[in-house]
Structure formats: C-alpha cells, structure tokens
Design a protein around this ligand. Sequence first.
Ligand SMILES: NC(=O)c1ccc[n+]([C@@H]2O[C@H](COP(=O)([O-])OP(=O)(O)OC[C@H]3O[C@@H](n4cnc5c(N)ncnc54)[C@H](O)[C@@H]3O)[C@@H](O)[C@H]2O)c1
Length: 254
Amino acid sequence: MTHTLVVGAGQGIGRAVAVTLARSGHTLSLADVDADGLAETARRIDGAVTTRTLDIRDADAVAAAVADIEASTGPITALAHVAGVFGTGSILDSDDDQWRNIFDVNLFGLLNVVRAVGRTMRERRAGSIVVVGSNAAGVPRMSMGAYGSSKAAATMLTRILGLELAQYGIRANIVAPGSTDTAMQRSLWTDPTDDDGALGAITGDPAAYKVGIPLGRIADPADIADTVEFLLSERARHITMQSVYVDGGATLRA
Ligand SMILES: NC(=O)c1ccc[n+]([C@@H]2O[C@H](COP(=O)([O-])OP(=O)(O)OC[C@H]3O[C@@H](n4cnc5c(N)ncnc54)[C@H](O)[C@@H]3O)[C@@H](O)[C@H]2O)c1
C-alpha cells in the first residue's frame, strides 16, 4: 500500500495532486491550513481519505499530525509537499514581514514537514518525497525576490535531503511549475475571473525581461499532478535530487 501525505491539498495544485494520486490507487492523508478547502478536496475523491487541518509553520503541530496520521492510517510511504504562498515586491522596498511570511511557509514550513516525515521514512528505510517548487527558483524575475529566493532555498533543501536519504533508499525530487491555472496564478491577473488573464504569461513581457511560454498555454494543475505522481512512483525509482520543470518551456531551462 502506498500511503501518501499531501500537504497543501486545500485547493489548486495540491487538490489536483490528491485527485490524481487517488486515481492511481494511493491511500491518502491530506493536510492544509484551510479546513473548508480540505473538505472540498475530500469530497472530490472516491473512497476514504483522512484530512487534517494544519499550519505547517508550527513544527510541534506538524510532528503531532504526522504521528497521529501514522497511528490511524499506517506508515507514510510517500510525501507530496505542495503548500506555498506567493507575494510580490521589490527587494529594496518590500517590507520585512512579507519576506518572513514567505520564508516561514515556503522554507521553514517545508523543513518542518520533511523533518517529521523524513525521520519516520529513515527508520523504515523506505519512502519517496516530491516537493513542489517553482520555475522562479531558477530564473530571476522582477518583483519576485522573496518568493524566488524562498523557492531556490526550498529546491536546494530538497536536493540535499535527497542526498542525505539516498543511503536509506529514499528519493527526494522537486517539481517546478511555471504559470499554472490556480487562485495563486489568477491573483496576478487584472481580472482573476477572465481567462484571457493568462495571455500576459503566454506572450511574456520584454519590459520585465520575461519571456513567454513557448508551448503557448499555461499549465492545468493536472499537468503538475501527473509529474508528481510519476516521480513518487516506482517508475521513477532511479531518479533523485532532480528538479523537473513543468512550465511549457517558459524558463528556456535557464
Ligand atoms: N500556480 C502557479 O502558477 C504556480 C507556479 C509555480 C509554483 N507554484 C507553487 O505550487 C504550489 C501550489 O500553488 P497553487 O497555485 O496551487 O496555490 P494555491 O494558493 O491555490 O494553494 C496553496 C495551498 O497551500 C496552502 N497553504 C498555504 N499556507 C499554508 C500553511 N501555512 N500551512 C498549510 N497549508 C498552507 C493553502 O491553504 C492552499 O490550499 C505552491 O508551492 C506554489 O508556490 C504555483
């Protein structure tokens, strides 16, 4: 049995990951700070899922949640860590609280989760971890100093975790999405309800030194979820410490 913990399953990419993994036969435990979102995700899945409201910034709460989930549903054999927050602002003029909030979730929240789950996987010498990063980790983007650097740190944390855990047969990889149709992406659009908002990402913005998306579309959350599912699976058994960009070519893999 693959028992997978999906962290950040309350909406968007995390919800798509949960739905995709359920279809692939994973037994699921879902966590998110948003209880209503979690309930909605659980509703979209056939069969039993465990849900847990959890703020990943709280290390003790994360450790307690992992212990409870294992006690009730059994050992966690796979982790999909998707939770993240976004914000924009110039490096010189943005405020410190925004930087702290982004790093508290995207880096220290991730650290809390991989520590709690990784320790139990290490004891059992088995497991697979996928962390959802961002293509903004690999290419400088205007106004994304805090977000991009938090994702670059999260990426290297995950790759080094993969190095530390390889001796136990545990893999750790990153999926780095580009623009993906979720609430987080739509928060960047002038009108979040207008599908044409994606055109800006698709065509790019030379004034901001941003190329467009060569494949001519933004991602559907399911595109990201399929890659997460593959990397967690035994089909990827010889892949670890990698960052797989799922961005339609947007970074030209810079
Ligand atoms: N949508 C995009 O275009 C895009 C692009 C690149 C990377 N990403 C990354 O993909 C991941 C998912 O993004 P999304 O677009 O689905 O965003 P989203 O805002 O739709 O969903 C993020 C989820 O994380 C949860 N979360 C936030 N803070 C939390 C906390 N402290 N504890 C527990 N859960 C928390 C939220 O409640 C939410 O359910 C993020 O890590 C994001 O940085 C998204």
